[in-house]
Write a protein that binds this ligand. Structure first.
Ligand code: 0A1
Ligand code: ZN
Length: 890
């Protein structure tokens, strides 16, 4: 029966899911409670009658019993069943239990058919089927499918999907779903007299419901193809709104590079004849790896030099790679349950990091990845929301798409890779991943399955290493190097800090790459790997007549915090001589972190401040003068440690003192090295635009030079920034210049902001930058600017990118957010309360900034806590926000 002709009156025993008020405290789901599904669903057939504000769905499930005696339990969320058929006949043997539709079934196999009606235009949560700019699209991970139809919406139920969709041609000229389009045609005019058409899609690969996708709308494609290693031609399309086609070329190039790289690096070949990517402007996250039909936030697809920075280009490449790599690490092998999320996410982040490193500069990529880890994951690991990369419980799984599961998850697998490959002369890690893909292809697997495959394939004993999956908290390692006779002895200790719910911790295996440098020659005798797997251990290194200089945790081989008590002199030595680019960066960072922490804690005498600054100035001068460095690395080395990372070094941080000292040092360095910074800006400004590494490097140091000059020579910086803005033929230069002006009190500030806004009117992604630059600026009035921007006609709570552009940038701007008045906290709490009913997932993502209260000085901490309490007292919070707020207060 055609969906449109089904009775529209609800069946007699139709119940509305979620009609009852939600319970005060959402249920806690525990990893240890996992049980296999009672019913499997080998086949799903979906029929959609599409409309932006009314879509009908009929889901036909072939269900097969998997455990005796259990009814069929189908999850729903905010939907109602209009009709339920069992084996083709209307059924009365079903009931609603909370949001679940439960059917008592005899026998082992049935066909169940359920009709639901949806209003995509009213779906502001952007989960399930929703409308974005007149197009329809879905987001089903993690539990969005149950907002479309009743289903055993869990990742270990895999089905082959057949999808039919029909709708008005003018509204939805393009109809897409997973797999291959197997039929399409014209339909009869609908009740409004509009021409309709339909399409049928079939995905041969069994998949969980979270990988289902449907897109319908007015879209145009940029098309290309890729021939796989076995000679199969794959058609590639990137679908965007008309007018955006010219901005898809970098995404397409990145996709083709990803497909090639995954064949070479991991032996993974694409497995369908078609790969579609769709860009949508309303999206909660970055992108989604739906089988054969990836859905992307426009932010990670659209790029051209006029509107996207070099950083944006890199982000597009990385996210395109990430989603593509999920086809194997996520789709072919998926997760048994959501506690295993890092199985696919940690591994896929590692794969995208390796890909981006291979496409660009490996050391620069490593430094960037560590910077992200320290800025986003270290604070999470030391705060109230700390959780292991494989969590033990949750109330709302959306809250666990975290830097811990993603980025620390990647670091944990990277450690296995280092242990497998160090000194092996062969890629033993690859043997482990080959075994994993072979052994678990087509399955819903666990993190344990992954570790076991690496263990077996790479020949490692990972017995104790598994603790990295169960224990939260960033281990702290101390290192002391002693020297006697010709033997250097390294004494190491480790401590895993206590975290919520984990009152005792065991020592974990920590692989540390190290080198011992001879002071006189500036060389070392080869890198070594030690694995610290006890609370304390000592390692001896003979053959050192003089005390060597220790370079530890090279390449950031373990995601730990190191206290090596390295002298200032040795840090300067390593900053100049270390042959590991990461270690060189790290030495320079340590030198600066140590100085700024002592300065912000007001522990420095005038003398100490002076010598500290001079040591840093000579190290920075060496970076500026070193002709052997490329500019991409130079730019990286010039970035001062972030305020968030500096705050992490304190039991209770004072954000004002950190801002004052960091800016003070920057300004002092700018004055001390003024001629060098202006010369650097001149040299870099003369390099013409291209996307080559050298030109990108020039743009990076150009902005860095302005950053320093703004702090120490603001008039010079304002003049240069205005000129750079006017001359810019690319967004990197224009944004760098505008960022500089945003932080200064200069007439150019308002003038260029107005120009930027007018120049890019209508380009949402660029207008997002306009909001972010002001909200994240060093300007003393940033807080007032944010308040004004919230009332700007371009601001809306309806679009997650816009919300983040204003408020994430603000929450990450410590001096503004932590304004001593407490107003910054009130702004974010008000935002959470206003956004929660509209888009709970996005609202909940703002809670951690307030949740850091214990690590901030007491006066501010009290105000932050009070705001959390105000949110907690709100009458009807979403599960997302409720969980984050209660954990943050607990
Ligand atoms: N699996 C995606 C992330 C993702 C998760 C939830 C979403 O719901 C809004 C969307 C995307 C990835 O890792 O890219
Ligand atoms: Zn992912």
């Amino acid at each position: 029966m055609d969906i449109a002709s089904r009775p529209s009156e609800p069946a007699e025993n139709t119940a509305v899911a979620n009609a009852a008020p939600p319970p005060a405290a959402p249920a806690v789901i525990r990893r240890e409670d996992y049980t296999p599904p009672a019913w499997l669903v080998p086949e799903v057939s979906l029929d959609f009658a599409l409309g932006v504000d009314g879509t009908r769905v009929v889901s036909d499930l072939l269900v097969r019993r998997n455990a005796p005696g259990q009814p069929l339990r189908l999850s729903g969320d905010g939907i109602a069943a209009r009709e339920v058929l069992v084996d083709g006949r209307p059924s009365n043997h079903w009931r609603m239990e909370g949001a679940d539709l439960v059917i008592d079934l005899e026998g082992d196999e049935h066909r169940v058919s359920i009709e639901t009606a949806l209003n995509p235009a009213a779906n502001s949560q952007l989960m399930g089927l929703y409308a974005s700019n007149g197009m329809l699209c879905t987001q089903c991970e993690a539990e969005g499918f149950r907002r479309i139809t009743f289903h055993p919406d869990r990742p270990d139920v895999l089905s082959v999907y057949r999808v039919r969709m029909a709708g008005p041609k003018a509204d939805f000229p393009i109809l897409l779903s997973n797999g291959n389009c197997v039929a399409s045609g014209e339909g009869p005019p609908n009740e409004n007299g509009e021409d309709t058409h339909w399409a049928e899609w079939h995905d041969p690969w069994p998949k969980p419901s979270y990988l289902f996708a449907l897109v319908a709308g007015d879209l145009v494609a940029t098309s290309d193809s890729f021939t796989t290693m076995n000679g199969r031609k794959v058609d590639l399309n990137i679908w965007v709104r008309p007018g955006d086609e010219s901005r898809t070329h970098h995404a397409m190039r990145s996709l083709i590079n990803s497909m090639k790289w995954d064949e070479e690096a991991f032996g993974r070949e694409y497995d369908l004849d078609l790969f579609n990517i769709v860009a949508v402007s309303d999206f909660n996250m970055g992108a989604m790896e739906n089988k054969g039909l990836n859905v992307f936030n426009t932010r990670y697809v659209l790029a051209d030099p006029e509107t996207a920075t070099d950083g944006d280009y890199d982000a597009v490449e990385g996210v395109i790679g990430h989603e593509y790599f999920h086809n194997w690490s996520g789709n072919r092998i998926t997760c048994r349950d959501w506690f295993q999320l890092s199985l696919k996410e940690g591994f896929t982040v590692l794969r995208d990091q390796m890909f981006s490193a291979a496409m660009g500069s490996e050391p620069v990529k490593r430094i960037e990845d560590v910077r992200v880890l320290r800025a986003a994951q270290f604070p999470e690991d030391s705060g109230p929301l700390a959780h292991p990369i494989r969590p033990d419980s949750y109330q709302e799984i959306s809250n666990f798409y975290t830097a811990t599961v993603y980025n620390k998850g990647a670091e944990v697998i990277r450690m296995m890779r280092s242990m497998a490959n160090f000194g092996a002369g062969a890629d033993r890690f690859r043997k482990g991943t080959d075994l994993y893909f072979d052994r678990h292809d087509g399955e819903a697997a666990t993190c344990e399955d992954f570790v076991k495959a690496i263990e077996d394939g790479a020949g490692l004993d990972l017995t104790r290493f598994r603790l990295w999956y169960s224990q939260a908290g960033t281990p702290r390692v101390t290192a002391r190097l002693a020297h006697e006779g010709d033997v250097a002895t390294l004494h190491l200790t480790q401590e895993v800090p206590l975290t919520p719910g984990q009152a005792s911790k065991q020592p974990m295996p920590i692989p540390l790459r190290l080198a011992l440098f001879d002071r006189a020659s500036g060389k070392h005798g080869g890198e070594q790997l030690v694995v610290l797997d006890q609370a304390e251990a000592s390692f001896t290194f003979p053959g050192h007549a003089e005390a060597p200089v220790l370079s530890l945790n090279r390449g950031f081989s373990a995601p730990v915090a190191i206290d090596a008590a390295t002298s200032q002199e040795d840090l300067v030595f390593l900053a100049a001589h270390d042959d590991d680019p990461f270690a060189r960066y790290e030495a320079l960072q340590s030198l600066i972190v140590r100085h700024l922490v002592a300065a912000a804690a007001e522990e420095l005498s005038d003398d100490e401040r002076f010598t500290g600054r001079h040591a840093i100035a000579s190290a920075i001068a060496a970076v500026l003068d070193d002709t052997a460095l490329d500019d991409l690395m130079r730019g990286e080395l010039l970035i001062l440690p972030g305020e968030g990372y500096l705050a992490e070094q304190f039991a209770q941080a004072d954000p004002t003192a950190i801002r004052r000292e960091r800016e003070g040092l920057k300004g002092w360095l700018a004055q001390a090295l003024l001629a060098r910074f202006t010369a650097l800006h001149d040299r870099a400004s003369a390099v013409p635009f291209s996307l080559e590494a050298a030109a990108r490097g020039a743009r990076k140091v150009k902005t860095q030079a302005l950053v320093y000059l703004a702090a120490g020579a603001p008039e010079e910086a304002a003049r240069r920034a205005a000129a750079q803005y006017d001359a810019a033929d690319n967004m990197t230069d224009r944004q760098g210049a505008l960022m500089t002006l945003c932080g200064l009190d200069t007439p150019g500030r308002a003038e260029k902001l107005a120009d930027f806004h007018a120049r890019y009117a209508g380009n949402a992604l660029v207008i997002d930058k306009w909001f972010s630059l002001q909200a994240g600026s060093l300007h003393g009035d940033a807080l007032a600017h944010v308040k004004a921007l919230a009332d700007h006609p371009d601001f809306t709570l309806g679009n997650p990118n816009r919300v983040r552009s204003l408020y994430m940038a603000f929450a990450a701007n410590p001096a503004a957010f932590h304004d001593p008045s407490g107003e910054g906290y009130r702004i974010i709490a008000d935002l959470i309360l206003a956004l929660d009913p509209i888009n709970a997932q996005t609202a909940a993502r703002f809670v951690p900034s307030l949740g850091r209260w214990r690590r901030i000085e007491p006066a501010r901490a009290a105000m932050m806590r009070a705001e959390l309490e105000r949110i907690a007292a709100a009458p009807s919070l979403s599960r997302d926000t409720f969980e984050q707020v209660t954990r943050s207060l607990g």
